[in-house]
Design a protein around this ligand. Sequence first.
Ligand SMILES: O=C(O)CCC(=O)C(=O)O
Ligand SMILES: [Fe+2]
Length: 306
Amino acid sequence: MTVGLGGVAEGDLESILQQAPRPLADLAAGRLMAIVFRGVYPPSSCQQLIDRLVAEDLLYDPRQPIPEKFQEAAIPEGYYREGRRQEPPLAWESNKATGKTRIDIGTSLGYRGSDKEAFLHHAAETRALFARLFTESDNPVRIIYDCLAQIAQGRRVMTAHEPDGREYGPAIIRAHYGGYAYKPHFDSVRLREKRTDYAVYDFDHQLAGVLVLQNSRVGDRTAQCILHRCLWTPEIDPHLKNDTFHQYAQDHAIGHVEVRLEPGDLYFFNTRLIHEVPGVDGELPRIVLATFIGYSPSREDVYVWS
Ligand SMILES: O=C(O)CCC(=O)C(=O)O
Ligand SMILES: [Fe+2]
């Protein structure tokens, strides 16, 4: 059986391929909203990894006061930089007060890409850190790449790199504290950030692969991603910028799916879809291991970065 327009293919590899025989092409075209691999990383491994990140002072325990170091490193909601612009994050002061902060472990092109040399240097440090954090037999980054290779149908999956071989960050761990939310947005190095000076700019399509390590929970509510049945066009932009997308979606009968994930589940989606993760201010932060993916039907390589 093939999924209908805008469905979600999920389960193990066999059932995903039964539902979506051309997974990346279907995601790229918006025929498929998401692909969900269930339970690819054991929940006990998720917990061990988080405990280790806290023990190594890479994340903080939200039940303790926020250490100074993390207040400085925290990234405000809604933050990204375009091209080479470097101005300070506007949303910063207000977020410090609300406690809605995000800690990144890894190298974000969106956050650091305005200074290419500094970005590539930071990425090299991230690769060294990940080599220390993960072993050959327990490596969630590898799991994301392997699952992607399984749906990439013979294409070669690799960490994004510049023509001179210098690699980007392979993936990024993101912890969202205090009900940190992603408002309706899309992600695109090409259409949004306009990073013409990076090799990933050349791909026709950008996807994301996100592995959930921990949910944020209040009662039976958890923070989950909502994918709207709407690929970004310039017409949508004012609604993202003015916070009127929900009204626009209602006026144009644009539906959505909520992709419900538990720790250890991995999902792939097209980042040109308008998507959001409403915050849930639970005791624990929502923590994910996230990647972006560059895919072109005409290319036999698939790039992964963060
Ligand atoms: O955390 C997620 O599931 C998706 C987050 C997201 O949309 C982003 O990082 O741009
Ligand atoms: Fe996003």
